[in-house]
Design a protein around this ligand. Structure first.
Ligand code: PHE
Length: 488
């Protein structure tokens, strides 16, 4: 059975899974569009009160059952196996487009290294993003293939300290910029009157769960490689604190740059791919800063991709007789195919369904609705149906939070998004890239019903779940293990 080689290694790998594009790019976009400091209060509340208990739950389930997501669901009841498959399907779909975004980051990094300046539109007009998407997919597959401690943990040990160092270096550099002071006051001045706006809370909750990577079985899988002695609550608080710290410092880096070069902080997700490259082009040592920034973003994203790939590989190896390298190879090939429609939707092919780029459809449906639904499934099965007391012991007085408060808040926030009261932040970049106007961007922020994406998630999720279910079933996961147990 695979294990982390040390607690520190586990912490770095888990922080690596949590810290990703979400902290650096999405966080700044969400803060900017939600009026700066006002947003921090609900965000911190959501991270520490709602998401941390779920993180502890997932780690405790993983460590107690020492198995992959689908087998863990099946351990509670044979009939829950299909819910486990749905959770894994959600992760597979999220990683299929997260790989495309990471490919864009790699393309910008290579561009900065080579000294080529390109706009987002110019970049996606060529084939390079498709190539970088494939490169990232193979790279993450290769890492996972090496194993838990030799691949995932080693990557995190190599890359996460680099991420922290680059971030600190950039944070020191931006103090020299004229926009530093206004930016920092924008970021940290709480405006209490906007706290009455439920959309702010909904945005903060979505961001907190996304940013910590909870609710998708990732932490369950990482918990299954953890030793008995580790304190789960303490580890979860450390991971959450690191995650929040990276997000805040990224804000402290990004906003001074935005303010100093006369850009709007409220432009949303286009910050990373449109605003910042423009600012880098204008600033002294801009190329160095661009390499540092996109390098940071790339490393952070890669460790998150790897965590998602691991969820699927762990499930595949336990479902089949395949060893890790073979399961990873099959999955990597599958992801190259599954991610292709998203990769092709911002390319010369302009792949779209009903006028919407496929990447948008997958993001709106799975990215926005898949995660909360998957989190609720985990709570429903492991906090309600599971007789085991391990999570309750780990959480102590915080147990009611994960049993009642977190699922209630998730359901409410998801329902609000479904009726179109709130919109995800990734969308803004994509809307902007299409319409080329920032008013459309802001107008797009809260407009439009979300019922269609919800329907889409049920359809896409259902389709992928069925395919995965048939594959796993035909490989024996749903039958062999049952026979094994009956034979005992
Ligand atoms: N937490 C990662 C980030 O911040 C993204 C992620 C979300 C990964 C959900 C897996 C599941 O970028």
């Amino acid at each position: 059975m695979a294990r982390w080689s040390s607690r520190f290694g586990f912490l770095l790998a888990t922080v690596g899974a949590a810290v990703g594009l979400g902290n650096i790019w999405r966080f700044s976009a969400v803060v900017g569009t939600n009026g700066g400091g006002a947003y921090l209060l609900p965000y911190l509340f959501a991270v520490f009160v709602l998401a941390v208990p779920l993180l502890v739950l997932e780690l405790a389930v993983g460590r107690t059952l020492r198995t992959d997501v689908v087998s863990a669901f099946r351990a509670v009841g044979e009939r829950y196996a299909v819910l486990g498959i749905a959770v894994v399907a959600g992760v597979v779909l999220v990683v299929s487009y997260y790989l495309v975004l990471t490919g864009w980051v790699l393309a910008f990094l290579l561009g900065a290294l080579a000294g080529v300046e390109r706009s987002f539109t110019a970049l996606t007009a060529g084939w390079e993003p498709i190539v970088t998407f494939l490169v990232v997919t193979v790279l993450s597959g290769a890492t996972v293939s090496l194993g838990v401690s030799d691949g995932i943990e080693r990557l995190a040990k190599l890359v996460m300290p680099t991420v922290f160092l680059i971030l600190l270096g950039l944070a020191v550099y931006v103090v020299t910029l004229p926009g530093w002071f206004p930016a920092v006051s924008f970021l940290f001045t709480p405006e209490f009157d906007v706290l009455a706006d439920p959309r702010l809370w909904s945005a903060a909750f979505g961001q907190a769960f996304f940013s910590l990577s909870v609710g998708m079985g990732i932490m369950l899988t990482y918990g299954s490689y953890l030793d008995e002695g580790t304190d789960l609550l303490r580890s979860s608080v450390i991971v959450a604190a690191a995650d929040v710290a990276v997000a805040l410092v990224s804000g402290v880096v990004i906003f001074p740059i935005v303010f100093s070069y006369g850009f709007e902080p409220t432009l949303g997700t286009e910050l990373a791919f449109v605003t910042l490259p423009a600012a880098f082009a204008a600033m002294p040592f801009g190329r160095v800063v661009a390499v540092a920034f996109f390098g940071l973003l790339f490393f952070a994203a890669l460790t998150s991709v790897v965590s998602m790939v691991e969820v699927a590989v762990a499930t595949l190896t336990s479902a089949t007789s395949w060893d890790r390298p073979r399961a990873t190879a099959v999955l990597t090939a599958g992801l190259c195919v599954l991610g292709l429609p998203s990769a092709l939707s911002y390319s010369p092919v302009d792949l779209a369904l009903g006028g919407r780029p496929v990447l948008d459809i997958v993001d709106e449906s799975v990215g926005t609705f898949g995660l909360p639904i998957s989190a609720v499934l985990i709570v429903a099965v492991f906090a309600w149906r599971w007789g085991e007391t391990a999570p309750r012991r780990e959480l102590g007085a915080l147990w009611p939070l994960v049993r009642y408060v977190t699922p209630l808040v998730l359901l409410t926030a998801t329902a609000m998004k479904a009726v179109g009261l709130a919109r995800p932040a990734w969308r803004l970049l994509l809307d902007h890239a299409r319409n080329g106007s920032s008013s459309a961007l802001v107008g797009g922020l809260f407009g439009g019903a979300g019922l269609l994406p919800l329907l889409a998630v049920l359809l896409i999720g259902g389709a992928v779940t069925s395919v995965l279910g048939v594959v796993l079933w035909s490989r024996g996961i749903l039958t062999t293990k049952r026979r094994q147990r009956e034979g005992q």
